[in-house]
Design a protein around this ligand. Sequence first.
Ligand code: HEC
Length: 457
Amino acid sequence: MTRHIESTRKSSGIIAAAAVAALVIPAAPASAQDVTFTRDVAPILFENCVECHRAGSFAPMSLLEFEEARRYAQMIRYRVANRQMPPWHVDTTVGIPDFANDVSLTDAEIQTIVRWAEAGAPRGDDADLPPAPMLREGGAWQAETIIGRPPDLVIQSTPYSVAANAQDQWWNPAVTWEALGEERWMMAYEFKPRYPDGLLVVHHGHATLSFPRDENRGAIGGVGLAHYGVGKSYEVFPDGVGMLVAGDQGVVDWNIHYSALSVDYDVSNDVVDIGLWFYPVGETPEMATEGEVLFRVDRHNGHDRPMARGNDILIPPHGYQVLQGVHVLEEHTLVSSFRPHMHTRGKEMSVEAIYPDGHREVIGKVADYKHIWQLGYEFEEDAKPLLPKGTVLLFTSVFDNTAENPLNPDPNQWVVFGRRGPDEMSHMWVNITYLSDEQYEEIRRSRESVPVAEAIR
Ligand code: HEC
């Protein structure tokens, strides 16, 4: 299966990488001189880096121009060779390897950059330079490029002024949600910090819609309208999948976490926009998704989602802690993505499935967690774990409070649960669609009748 070839390629270390590179470019001369910026490196940077590394974006330098790329060549080599850039922290040696949003470089691309940097970052012939990539205008809706039209509805948080160089700040306004008049099915959302300053100060956030009349109506609960973390800002549900929004008037509760350590000026009156896209009126998608569901492994007030045996966080100075929590799925479930959320001592986080027959399997694991990034790992359609009713989701988090952890603000401290960056959390956001028996069987059959557990190996 191609999947296995793919995973071998991605999981190989640098030694294997050299071998693969040699295989892929057999004619490449031994002399590194031949690798140039204009011909070999610029296409890789244009394709994989400049969306973030350009003037006005939130990443440090622009990689559109040769001079700047050359100045950073050694740092680029280091980050790329260690797979720290582009940001993609999933452990490719375990779990399901097929991600729809995989931005990691191939081993051959990494080798090209490494050889270029080692050769002194030569420029090459200007005639070789590919045309500058078409980049989205700063502040444009990202999901619009996929869906092909601007959002059907835009809602906005109320203004908040973020103080420069300050510690974490939170902003939790409640904003009225005008009645839609009838039920609608969401097909996508985007959480868009203001360009350019908002991008520098919004670390993560959520907007949840609730209806005051819930108590009388029972079934229509809150809707997680949109979620954001650096590296994840929008979500387009697959064809035929939607999230139901009732037609009533309601309240949007915003939860915005600002982190202003990297700006030395005040950002006044910052607001966040959320764009929502709906299926046409009268069109009911086949499957209703819950969207990203929060599983709290730290158990702090964790009664919202049953999480048996989730422990409290208490990490000793210069020590580690491992936390585990389990959740039993009471319906057949299709998982489409996962996104860990921890803070600076967060090192690893994984989700495993324990099937009703006892068979246990890693679904996904981030082994190199970095607090600055809140990446969501989205499975390819056919690789989405299909879990029968009764499957147990097992979450494991590892915290590293030693001096070896480069992000550790102070290894001498005891660390407990808290919302500030130097405190800890252990949350897993899992994108969940519950399935009827028929839907479950249909997907199962479409996967060539392989047993369920086998289907995702
Ligand atoms: C999704 C946005 C994004 C993409 C794509 C991306 N970067 Fe970055 N990069 C960042 C951000 C933000 C930082 C600063 C935070 C950090 O170090 O993680 C950074 C940091 C770096 C640094 C360290 C700079 C310093 O001054 O410490 C290097 C080098 C780098 N990136 C190279 C690359 C290269 C090369 C690529 C493409 C192969 C790439 N990045 C792709 C956002 C991105």
